[in-house]
Design a protein around this ligand. Structure first.
Ligand SMILES: [Zn+2]
Length: 504
């Protein structure tokens, strides 16, 4: 940080946080204030967002970047990272921070805690005493993950990590921890909703807690639940704290509880070394039965196609693979491994594979792997209407930040899925997350059943389902909305219900 000169002006209290930004002097704060005629941080944020800082003489591009980072304005599409990467980096920070004796408690906040599918920066909240603040700053600046510290305020360190992500680390004392966690988890519209509820009850809500508007007296703030209780509402899971109206928030309280990873009883899209995976069926079965002991079944769904030369299982080999699955189940003593497949949805909406092959399969997932730009409503509906298709894989076709979803009339597709008893997938691959949270919510409100799958190619990919569970939670799914929280008997019943629709 630059030293203040002898005759330097003092920074007005209303712009004090600007003075905490790296390499910004009081003269420069004054120059910004005078040139842009601003007197509050709110006005500064507006000016920075509108590109006006660039018009202040003497302010460099690096300083502008630091200001934008400190006030969370430095966000472009390419500064957002997939939830999977942000979660990995965030959990690594939590592990390190939790080792510091000054840290009484530490948690993720912001969009990472809300599990948005991409994350702009890593928000972390630490509970510590005021007295330990300087020690903590020193230790955080010396963490191996820290590249630089771009701003420090009394209760906020803005850190650029070596992986180029930004971490906003905030401090709260025991008394304010819950309020700060709630506040810094957001979202902004959800905080506005809480502020309104607080106002109606004669309170004010902020990171320092719930206070009486008249007297400023502290009412609650140690835990999030204390604040919810004082506001007269139920606890709302972080994944649902997005921009909804009051009625929608109220409807969320009716959900008994959101789906959890441990409720899943199986993974229904798994690729092996018979097609484009790296592991044998035997290795996968052994790995999953140890790693995820709550799984009762797994469905092998190698991509079967006669049209493609590579990375697929030729249709003639399906029977050979079935024999191998029988052999493994024999060794395990029960039918843990199910015989599924993934088939292409052709241009006309029909599955590529012949009926006899589909019919003998335990679980058929049909997916669009071609024509990603045209409106695919007709193909998806046609696939739902096929008697032997049980599930539509990665229904929207999006690849986060590389391929937008193709146009689809989702109302029509969800109606078709509900009407025909066809499940839709939440594909959990970090760059897919397809269906996304919004479509998930829409689908279940029309009665569509969803399946959360890893779409794994290798052993580490099986963890992806935890991402899919986050998407389902953001879509307000309870256990009943997710088909693979059921036993295999339940899956058989789901298939039988579809069969009954097609009986002449
Ligand atoms: Zn696929």
């Amino acid at each position: 940080m630059k030293r203040r000169g002898k005759n330097s002006p003092s920074i007005p209290a209303s712009l004090a946080p600007l003075g905490h930004v790296k390499d910004i002097t009081a003269q420069e704060v004054q120059a910004i204030q005078e040139k842009l005629n601003i007197n509050s941080i709110r006005e500064l944020v507006a000016a920075a967002s509108n590109g006006l800082l660039e018009t202040v003489p003497g302010i460099t591009a690096v300083q502008i970047k630091n200001i934008k980072r400190a006030f969370k304005l430095y966000k472009t599409d390419d500064t957002r990272v997939p939830l999977w990467d942000a979660r990995f980096a965030g959990q690594e920070l939590l592990r390190i921070l939790s080792l510091f004796p000054e840290v009484e408690k530490v948690a993720l906040a912001g969009s990472l805690r809300r599990c948005k599918d991409t994350v702009g920066d890593i928000d972390i909240l630490i509970q510590s005493t005021e007295a330990d603040r300087r020690k903590l700053l020193y230790k955080i600046s010396r963490m191996p993950q820290t590249e630089s510290i771009v701003a420090t305020g009394p209760h906020h360190f803005c850190v650029i990590l070596r992986n180029h992500l930004q971490a906003d680390i905030r401090l709260a004392t025991h008394k304010h921890y819950g309020a700060s966690l709630l506040y810094y988890t957001g979202s902004v519209p959800y905080n506005q909703y809480l502020e309104k509820l607080a106002g109606d009850k004669g309170f004010r809500f902020g990171p320092l807690g719930l206070t009486a508007s008249q007297t400023g007296e502290y009412v609650a703030g140690e835990q999030e639940t204390d604040i919810f209780r004082q506001l007269g509402i139920d606890y709302l899971e972080p994944e649902l704290r997005e921009d909804y109206d009051e009625q929608t928030y109220a409807s969320f309280y009716q959900i008994p509880s959101l789906i959890t990873f441990n409720q899943l009883k199986g993974d229904m899209q798994v690729h092996t070394d018979w097609s484009d995976g790296t592991e044998s069926i035997a290795a996968i079965a052994r790995y999953l039965s140890h790693t995820f002991p709550h799984y009762q079944y797994i469905v092998i769904t190698d991509h079967v196609s006669g049209n493609r030369p590579n990375h697929v299982l030729p249709p003639v080999d399906v029977y050979r693979q079935a024999a191998e699955i029988d052999r493994i189940n024999g060794l395990m003593g029960f039918d843990y491994v199910k015989k599924g497949l993934e088939t292409d949805i052709l241009e006309n909406g029909e599955p590529e594979l012949a009926n006899d092959l589909l019919e003998q399969s335990d679980w058929v997932t049909a997916s669009i792997h071609t024509d990603f730009t045209r409106d695919n409503t007709d193909r998806l509906i046609k696939a739902c209407e096929h008697p032997h298709v049980h599930c539509i894989g990665h229904p929207s076709g999006r690849m986060i930040s590389t391929r937008p979803p193709y146009p689809v009339n989702w109302d029509a597709v969800f109606d078709a899925a509900a009407r025909t008893g066809t499940a839709l997938e939440i594909n959990s691959r970090p760059n897919r997350l397809d269906l996304n949270d919004e479509l998930v919510h829409k689908a279940i409100s029309k009665g569509v059943k969803l399946v959360i799958n890893s779409d794994a190619r290798t052993l580490s990919h099986f963890d992806f389902v935890k991402l899919g569970v986050s998407v389902a939670r953001r879509g307000a799914c309870g256990k009943k909305d997710i088909l693979n929280t059921g036993s295999w008997k339940d899956i058989e019943a789901f298939k039988a219900a579809k069969q009954r629709l097609f009986r002449p």
